[in-house]
Design a protein around this ligand. Structure first.
Ligand code: GDP
Ligand code: IMO
Ligand code: MG
Length: 426
């Protein structure tokens, strides 16, 4: 059996959590393979709303196994808070949730270094989530990281050595902090982690695949935040693309099956960095209001704009997307016209290829399509889709070269339409 991968194709917050939850019944194991609590994945069902940060989004569907893979970074304090919130209803997550021994830990000093680094950058700041993601991955790559498996041998010594290194940097940055208070919460989180099975997940996954189990790998962030292919340096510190599922779980590329690419019918971004189709006018505000475009975790206002098909085509190419999933189409239910960026104009030259970098000289070239002016939020099947909505989808499918398999028409689990006779399913 194979590993199917679900990836954000834009700047994150596409709706990955909702769709992983919807797809989970078709899988045995759900796994996160990169990122950490910079993610905020929202799930809504039966009138309840949950935001997951490190726990995979398959946790609510029966007794499926959920795994935090080796490519992820884990903050014990935030993990404990997440687990406690999920267990408040009387469930015991420890039977269902395993953690890779090779996953790296986010230390309290990583968080301090993240915040101090951002303060030093001033107006050039990345706008990180402040969760210590960059410093934790920096330690991993510079071979100074602490892993979940380190909890088993001389952990205190390794922890103290790492913190001593960080404190030299923090002092150079004139950072003031109360480490003892931070450590109290952090070590309580470590005790929480110890309740969970810590496994050699690469063996677990490969054995499971041999035994015919199906795995769904849940991406965090999105292609445009990828450390290699995103809008560098305004990116996160991990690879968010499909290849990362192999290194972040320990499975071979030959084991990858479907690659689901998920995108909003428009586009958003949080934090700093280029965003060619960003709208600064009433239309942008209308999208923000209708789409409730405020961060799931930080509450930060998300920047909003039209769909960017140059960036999306690039993301489809890098990831080898086999199936597209379009989210939040309901947010565009009340627009006379909708724009889609089909090319970039850079200093008078038009191109459909994603350039080395997107800076201020990149101007979007739009086509204008008719809006469908129909409330789609209660629709149950694609047969109910308005003609103009079908035309919008057909245009996207033609431009991106991949079929849209699922359409989401609202935040609830039930507001999800799987397409069987889609226009392009020739
Ligand atoms: P993720 O990080 O990719 O999982 O996405 P987030 O949870 O950060 O952001 C997506 C937001 O959109 C959440 O508040 C979801 O509840 C909401 N959402 C998901 N799908 C839809 C949809 O089809 N329509 C609307 N209106 N909201 C949606
Ligand atoms: P999900 O999984 C949206 C953005 C931050 C910042 C940049 C770097 O919910 O889609 P970091 O803390 O990772 O060093 O921040 O990346 N960012 C996200 N934006 N959704 C996310 O995750 C994000 N995770 C990081 O806003 O611009
Ligand atoms: Mg999110």
């Amino acid at each position: 059996m194979s590993v199917d991968v679900l990836l954000g194709l834009q700047w994150g917050d596409e709706g990955k959590g909702k769709i992983v939850d919807v797809l989970t019944p078709g899988y045995d194991i759900i796994a996160r393979f990169q990122g950490g609590p910079n993610a905020g994945h929202t799930l809504e069902f039966k009138g309840e709303k949950y935001v997951l940060r490190s726990v995979p989004s398959g946790i609510f569907q029966g007794e499926k196994i959920n795994i935090i893979g080796n490519g992820a970074v884990l903050d014990p304090e935030l993990f404990k808070a997440e687990v406690e919130a999920l267990e408040a209803s009387g469930r015991d997550l420890s039977k269902q949730l395993y953690i890779s021994r090779k996953a790296h830990l986010i230390l309290p000093t990583h968080r301090l270094l993240d915040l101090a680094g951002e303060a030093q950058k001033g107006s050039g700041k990345i706008g990180t989530t402040g969760k210590g993601i960059g410093p934790a991955y920096t330690d991993k790559i510079s071979r100074n990281g602490l892993r979940i498996g380190d909890l088993e041998h001389n952990f205190e010594i390794k922890y103290k050595e790492a913190v001593a290194r960080h404190e030299i940097l923090l002092q150079q940055m004139n950072c003031e902090y109360d480490l003892a208070a931070l450590e109290k919460e952090w070590f309580a989180g470590i005790e929480c982690i110890k309740r969970f099975q810590r496994i050699d997940s690469e063996h677990f996954f490969n054995r499971a695949l041999q035994n015919g189990k199906k795995v769904l790998a849940e991406g965090a962030q999105g292609a445009m935040l990828d450390i290699d292919f995103g809008s560098y340096p305004f990116v996160t510190s991990s690879n968010t693309v499909c290849a990362s599922a192999c290194t972040g779980l320990g499975v071979s590329p030959s084991k990858i099956g479907k690659v689901y690419g998920i995108f909003k019918a428009y586009c958003t971004r949080v934090g700093s960095g280029p965003f060619p189709t960003e709208l600064f006018d009433d239309t942008g505000q209308k999208i923000r209001n209708l789409g409730c475009e405020y961060g799931s975790v930080t509450g930060r206002s998300r920047r909003c704009g039209w769909i960017d098909l140059v960036a999306l085509r690039y993301a489809v190419m890098i990831n080898g997307i086999t199936d597209l999933i379009m989210m939040k189409s309901d947010v565009l239910d009340d627009f006379e016209t909708i724009k889609a960026c089909v090319a970039y104009n850079v200093n008078g030259v038009e191109s459909k290829d994603f350039p080395f970098e997107i800076n201020d000289s990149v101007k979007p070239v739009y086509v204008e399509l008719s809006g469908w002016k129909t409330d789609m939020t209660k629709m149950q099947s694609e047969n109910e889709f308005p003609e103009k909505f079908n035309a919008y989808m057909a245009f996207l499918e033609k431009t991106l070269g991949v079929n849209i398999k699922i359409v989401s028409v609202g935040p609830d689990r039930e507001q999800t339409i799987v397409r069987y006779n889609g226009i392009s399913h020739q």
